[in-house]
Design a protein around this ligand. Structure first.
Ligand code: ADP
Length: 384
């Protein structure tokens, strides 16, 4: 616990079923804010707070401290905003948890599997927060639900994940009864919508929670089988819309944490050279072509998941690359790359086309554990 000495302290007394919302200023120079529960009971996104313990929140955090019974809390430091709201959908979220818990109990009794829940909605409606809340509540009553984070743009991969999850449920009864909570990205139109419908069937979901989007709710009710329960839930007024800029900063911060550590825990990443000839770099996904131009027997999914070899050049600089766990090897291994998990990430910090060498930042020392690298659009400029 960092000492809060010298920081301004503001005390808030919260009535039952209200929440204190606060935001910490974004940007690297911004000061952290500490939170302390002084009396009563409170939780942050479903995780219960310990009394008289200081919780630190870094730049850009947007937090709600909710209390079922009433409490008082202190904030140390200068939050950008801090206010108490009586208007929250927490009771509806708790009821949702209670309904899921009933389903788990029934699954336990009948030796069946627990609920598989998919949370959908546009960006910035609190999908991740609702997932976190439902997971925390489930864990607090002794369940072991699985969180599935889906980038639904790539439906082939998700089918694959669904299979892995089903296999796990077959061997692990607790995981099976706990069910899963699937978070999705905010893409809800056109092929994004198709991907959601695809995921719902791949994972055989029983419940779809639609956050704050009536049309999506109606469409899913129309297109999903009748035994799937589709529920419309309001978003919380506290959910803050994040600008592109803000999302980028949050992502940069996550990447920095990956390499350099967080919350007082420092990591010391390695920097070393990698010869072009020692690695194979691919991009996943060829540009999409109209259905009518696809070769016979090929679907749009095939192009989306196609591996395109990338010739290393200066434009690789600052790109984040994932190191695929696929076995090194020639064409036979290539097939497995898309389905293989990644072992970790590296960033290209410099490229020398003359000597055919690139310098990388890596969490582990050389040599790279595998030699198949996948490039993504994400870049990271290391300012340390
Ligand atoms: P989505 O997954 O739909 O994009 P998130 O769940 O990530 O949305 O929520 C967006 C932001 O709003 C997050 O920074 C989250 O911490 C914040 N947030 C969510 N609920 C509340 C609330 N009740 N009060 C204050 N901030 C909140």
């Amino acid at each position: 616990d960092a000492p809060a000495a010298g920081k301004a302290c503001t005390r808030f007394d919260l009535e039952k079923e209200t929440e204190l919302r606060f935001e910490v200023e974004a940007g690297e120079a911004a000061e952290q804010v500490e939170l302390e529960l002084v009396t009563g009971m409170a939780e942050v996104f479903g995780s219960e707070l310990n009394r008289n313990k200081k919780y630190t929140f870094g730049p850009g955090s947007k937090i709600a401290v909710f209390t079922w019974q009433g409490c008082s809390v202190s904030l140390y430091g200068k939050p950008e905003v801090a206010y108490v709201s009586k208007d929250t959908p927490m009771l509806l979220y708790l009821n949702t948890h209670a309904a899921l818990e009933q389903m788990r109990k029934q699954a336990e009794r009948d030796n069946e599997r627990g609920p598989r829940v998919m949370v959908v909605g546009p960006t910035d409606v609190g999908k991740s927060t609702v997932c976190r809340l439902l997971l925390s509540y489930a864990v607090r009553v002794g369940r072991r639900p699985t969180l599935v984070e889906l980038d639904v743009g790539q439906s082939g991969l998700t089918s694959c994940l669904a299979e892995v999850f089903s296999q796990r449920c077959e061997v692990n009864r607790k995981a099976s009864v706990g069910g899963c909570i699937i978070n999705t990205c905010g893409w809800v139109k056109g092929s994004g919508y198709q991907a959601l419908v695809h995921c719902a069937s791949a994972f055989q979901v029983d419940v779809v929670l639609v956050l704050d989007h009536e049309r999506l709710y109606n469409e899913l009710k129309r297109d999903l089988p009748h035994f799937v329960r589709v529920v419309l839930l309001p978003k919380s007024g506290g959910v803050v819309e994040r600008s592109k800029e803000c999302r980028r900063e949050a992502r940069d911060e996550k990447i920095r944490e990956y390499f350099y550590g967080f919350r007082g825990m420092s990591y010391y990443p390695f920097s070393f050279e990698v010869r072009f000839s020692d690695v194979r770099i691919y991009k996943i996904g060829a540009p999409s072509i109209p259905d009518s131009c696809l070769p016979l027997g090929m679907s749009q999914d095939d192009t989306q998941l196609k591996l395109v070899p990338v010739t290393p050049g200066r434009d690789l600089t600052y790109h984040v690359l994932s190191v695929s766990s696929a076995e090194d090897g020639e064409d036979s291994a290539r097939k497995g790359i898309v389905e293989s998990p990644v072992c970790g990430f590296i960033v290209v910090t410099n490229v020398d086309t003359q000597t055919q060498v690139m310098k990388v930042l890596s969490p582990a020392p050389r040599p790279l554990p595998r030699h198949t690298l996948l490039i993504m659009d994400i870049r990271f400029m290391d300012m340390k």
